[in-house]
Design a protein around this ligand. Structure first.
Ligand SMILES: [Zn+2]
Length: 344
């Protein structure tokens, strides 16, 4: 039996042997896992035992942001071979579902997603995965960066949904890992500048390393006022809400320009109120984001070209044997921590 990092129940993790399916079907590959990033969702299952309707009722292996090496291919797999360095999309939809046939496979109600109960994740030495959801990494993209493709794909989805035009000004509220990656994707998608707002100065300092990102500490300065000043009173073309804080929504509609867009990326735990009259008066366009579809190849292309460098976002790396300590560190939520990773 393989070893894995298992969430036994809320607040209880163990590194132990567990029975996991290892059979390689004709369209599957077996991957030796190299690096796994710790995601906010992994930590939330650890500390809260649930996310919305998804409840941890049985022991579950954590981890879904992974890169590794192909060690075995199913008999019908043609585009990958043993030795290929890869990263994987953690969500597997039903290919014949109505959502998948529309190209919206991320919102297929039948999708199974690593480390979303009751589906096991990949903090374990080997995993079997459909080859069609496994992507080759360019030589210049390391395993650590390969494990960043998953969260970056969320930023790519947000940037695409925003329909950015070259030269746009964007605002990102919330400078967590996803907020920063949304800002990076928005710049890659053509934004001239992205204002990133947060209370935590260490997070803003990390975001500000990227050319084009303007950090604003909302503990000290008024965001709407700053956006007005920077845009001569007009407002931002696109606003990405990435904090998931209901409070952010109270003043969010002060930020977009008339005819601008608001993209909801963060998921507030409670319903939020929204001033529809103000939104209508400005004809605000609303978009929502749930994970991503068709983003991995373009995310990898941007990283492979050198246009996007996510290495500054990797704060610290832990060995597999110290996985529990790594999760306890992540649960502390240190303001200077962006992405913690585990290597196997
Ligand atoms: Zn994630």
């Amino acid at each position: 039996m393989p070893r894995a990092l298992v969430l036994e129940q809320i607040r209880k993790l163990s590194l132990r042997d567990i029975d996991l399916p290892q059979e390689v079907g004709p369209h599957d590959v077996r991957i030796k896992i190299h690096t796994v990033g710790i995601c906010g969702s992994d930590v939330h299952y650890y500390t809260h035992g649930r996310i919305g309707p998804f409840v941890v009722n049985a022991p579950m292996v954590l981890g879904h942001e992974a890169a590794g090496v192909v060690v075995e291919t199913g008999k019908d797999v043609t585009h990958l071979k043993a030795g290929d360095r890869v990263c994987m999309e953690p969500g597997i939809p039903d290919a014949n579902s109505r959502a998948s046939r529309l190209g919206l496979y991320n919102i297929d109600p039948a999708v199974t997603f690593w480390a979303t109960p009751p589906v096991h994740g990949v903090l374990t030495p080997h995993v079997v995965h459909p080859a069609n959801y496994t992507y080759k990494l360019p030589d210049r993209v390391s395993f650590a960066e390969g494990a960043m493709v998953e969260p970056f794909a969320v930023g790519m989805q947000a940037a695409q949904k925003a329909k950015i035009a070259p030269g746009d000004t964007a605002v990102v509220t919330g400078a967590g890992p996803i907020g920063i990656m949304v800002a990076i994707a928005a710049l890659a998608g053509g934004c001239a500048r992205v204002i990133v707002a947060d209370f935590a100065q260490p997070k803003l300092d990390i975001a500000a390393q990227y050319q084009g990102i303007l950090p604003i500490n909302i503990g000290k300065r008024d965001l709407a006022e700053e956006v007005k000043q920077l845009t001569e009173g007009w407002g931002a073309d696109v606003v990405f809400e990435c904090s998931g804080s209901p409070k952010a929504w109270e003043t969010l509609l002060d930020l977009p320009r008339p005819g601008g867009a608001v993209v909801a990326v963060g998921l507030p735990v409670e319903p939020v109120g929204l001033d529809i009259s103000t939104a209508s008066t400005k004809e605000i366009r609303f978009e929502t984001v749930f994970r991503y579809a068709h983003q991995y190849d373009r995310a990898i292309a941007l990283m492979g070209s050198g246009r996007v460098d996510l290495k500054p976002l990797i704060t610290e790396t832990f060995p597999f044997e110290e996985s529990v300590a790594a999760f306890d560190r992540a649960a502390e939520g240190r303001p200077g921590d962006v992405k913690l990773q585990i290597t196997l």
